[in-house]
Write a protein that binds this ligand. Structure first.
Ligand code: SAM
Length: 374
C-alpha cells in the first residue's frame, strides 16, 4: 500500500530506475529464470535447432525456416529464441537489412553442436530430471525420496523402462558424461591380475571396454545391467566392442555373475545403505577367491574453503540423488559405516588428482578367523 503511494508520486523513468536498482540489489532474482532456460535448452537439443542454424559462429538463419525444417511453429520458436538471446544464447540480427527472425550463434549456442554436450543436455534438461524437482518439497518435508512421484512411476528405473526414448537418452547421456574420465579410471589402479571383470550397472559398457583394451591379460569382461538397457541400446546399432566383452542382463538385487573383479561406477550412490548392503551381499556370494570390488564414486567432503567446481558438482549431485534415487554422495566415514555392515573391508581409497574423476574405494573380503575348540 505504502509502496503504491510512492510509485504514484514518481514519473515512469524514476520507477524504471528504482526497479532496475532493485534487481541489481537482489541477486537472488538471477536464479528465477533457470528453469525456463533448462526447458528451452532441452527443446534446442531435442530438435537440433543449433545444428540447423549452422555450424559456425558466423552462420545466420531465419528461425521461421528452422521451424519449417524441424516441424515447429514459427512464431512460437521465434519467441523462444528471442527470449534465449537475453541470456546470451543466440543473438538476433536486428537493424537495417535484416528481416524479423534472423538469428546467429553465440559462444553458448554453438556448444550444442557437440554431440557429447547435446547428449548431456538431453539428460540434465530432459523430462525425468526436470519433472522430479516438482517433488523436492515433499522429499524435504518427509525425508523420503519423492522425485519419482512426479514421473508417475515407482522409481527412475521404472520410468525409464516405460519410456524407451528417455532410457536411450539416459544411457547416451551417461556415456557422454562418463567417457572423459575413463582414461584416468583405467590407469588409477591395476586390473592386470584379474581374469573376469564385471562392471555392475555398466550401462553403455564403455568403461569396461576401455579396461579390456588396456589390460590384454583379462580373459572376460561382463557388462551387467538391466536387460531393458541392452534392448534399447542395441536399437542404436552395432557397438564397437572388444571380443572379450559381453552384456549380461539381470538384477543386482537378485544376483550378479561370477567374477574376480567387480567395478561399480556411480551405482551405489543411487541406493540407500540397506539396498547397498543387499547388492554387496550378492557380490560376496558370487565373487571368486581373492576377488576385489572397485567402487568408483565421488566422496563428500566438508564444505570449508572455496566452492570449487567439484564441490558444487558434488553438492548438486547429492541433492538430485536424494530427491530422485534414494541414495547419497557418501563421506569417508559414511562409507566406513556402510562397508562395516557387509562381508567386505575397505583396503584402500585411491583418490583421483583430476577434478571431476571419481575416486576408487577398493574392497576385499574380510578374513574370518575360526577358532577350533577341542
Ligand atoms: C547412474 S547409472 C551408471 C552407469 C555407468 N556405470 C556409468 O557410470 O556411466 C546406474 C546404472 O545402474 C543400472 N541399474 C539400476 N538398477 C539395476 C538393477 N536392479 N540391476 C542391475 N543394474 C541396475 C541402471 O540401469 C544404470 O545403467
Amino acid at each position: 500500500m505504502e509502496q503504491n503511494l510512492i510509485f504514484q508520486s514518481m514519473d515512469s523513468d524514476s520507477i524504471m530506475n528504482l526497479m532496475s536498482r532493485a534487481v541489481q540489489h537482489m541477486p537472488i532474482k538471477k536464479f528465477y529464470g533457470n528453469q525456463l532456460m533448462v526447458k528451452c535448452i532441452y527443446i534446442c537439443a531435442k530438435l537440433r535447432i543449433c545444428e540447423n542454424l549452422g555450424n559456425s559462429l558466423e552462420s545466420k538463419k531465419s528461425c521461421y525456416d528452422i521451424a519449417k525444417e524441424v516441424g515447429a511453429h514459427g512464431e512460437s520458436l521465434y519467441r523462444m529464441m528471442r527470449a534465449m538471446t537475453v541470456e546470451g544464447f543466440f543473438s538476433e540480427c536486428l537493424g537495417e537489412g535484416f528481416e524479423k527472425g534472423i538469428f546467429q550463434h553465440t559462444n553458448l549456442s554453438i556448444q550444442l553442436l557437440n554431440e557429447v554436450t547435446r547428449d548431456e543436455a538431453l539428460v540434465h534438461c530432459g523430462t525425468a530430471f526436470f519433472l522430479s524437482w516438482e517433488s523436492l518439497y515433499e522429499t524435504v518435508m518427509t525425508g523420503k525420496t519423492s522425485g519419482f512421484k512426479s514421473l508417475d512411476s515407482s522409481s527412475l528405473w521404472d520410468f525409464l523402462k516405460k519410456n524407451p526414448e528417455a532410457d536411450i537418452e539416459f544411457t547416451k547421456g551417461m556415456a557422454s558424461m562418463s567417457t572423459p574420465y575413463h582414461q584416468n579410471l583405467v590407469k588409477m589402479v591395476d586390473f592386470s591380475r584379474f581374469e573376469i571383470v564385471c562392471d555392475v550397472g555398466g550401462s553403455h559398457g564403455l568403461l569396461l571396454n576401455e579396461i579390456l583394451k588396456n589390460y590384454p591379460t583379462i580373459k572376460q569382461g561382463l557388462n551387467f545391467d538391466q536387460p531393458i538397457v541392452f534392448e534399447n541400446l542395441n536399437k542404436l546399432g552395432k557397438r564397437d566392442l572388444d571380443p572379450r566383452f559381453s552384456d549380461v542382463g539381470g538384477n543386482f538385487f537378485e544376483s550378479v555373475p561370477q567374477a574376480d573383479c567387480y567395478v561399480f561406477k556411480l551405482v551405489l550412490h543411487n541406493w540407500n545403505d540397506d539396498q547397498c548392503v543387499q547388492i554387496l551381499d550378492n557380490v560376496s556370494k558370487a565373487m571368486r577367491e581373492n576377488g576385489k570390488v572397485y567402487l568408483a564414486e565421488h566422496i563428500m567432503e566438508d564444505s570449508v574453503g572455496d566452492f570449487t567446481i567439484k564441490k558444487k558438482y558434488i553438492a548438486w549431485t547429492d541433492l538430485h540423488i536424494m530427491n530422485l534415487l534414494n541414495g547419497k554422495v557418501r563421506s569417508k566415514s559414511e562409507w566406513d559405516k556402510l562397508i562395516s555392515r557387509t562381508d567386505f573391508k575397505i583396503d584402500q581409497i585411491v583418490e583421483s588428482d583430476q577434478e571431476l574423476t571419481q575416486n576408487y574405494i577398493i574392497l576385499s573380503k574380510k578374513v574370518i578367523h575360526v577358532t577350533l575348540l577341542k
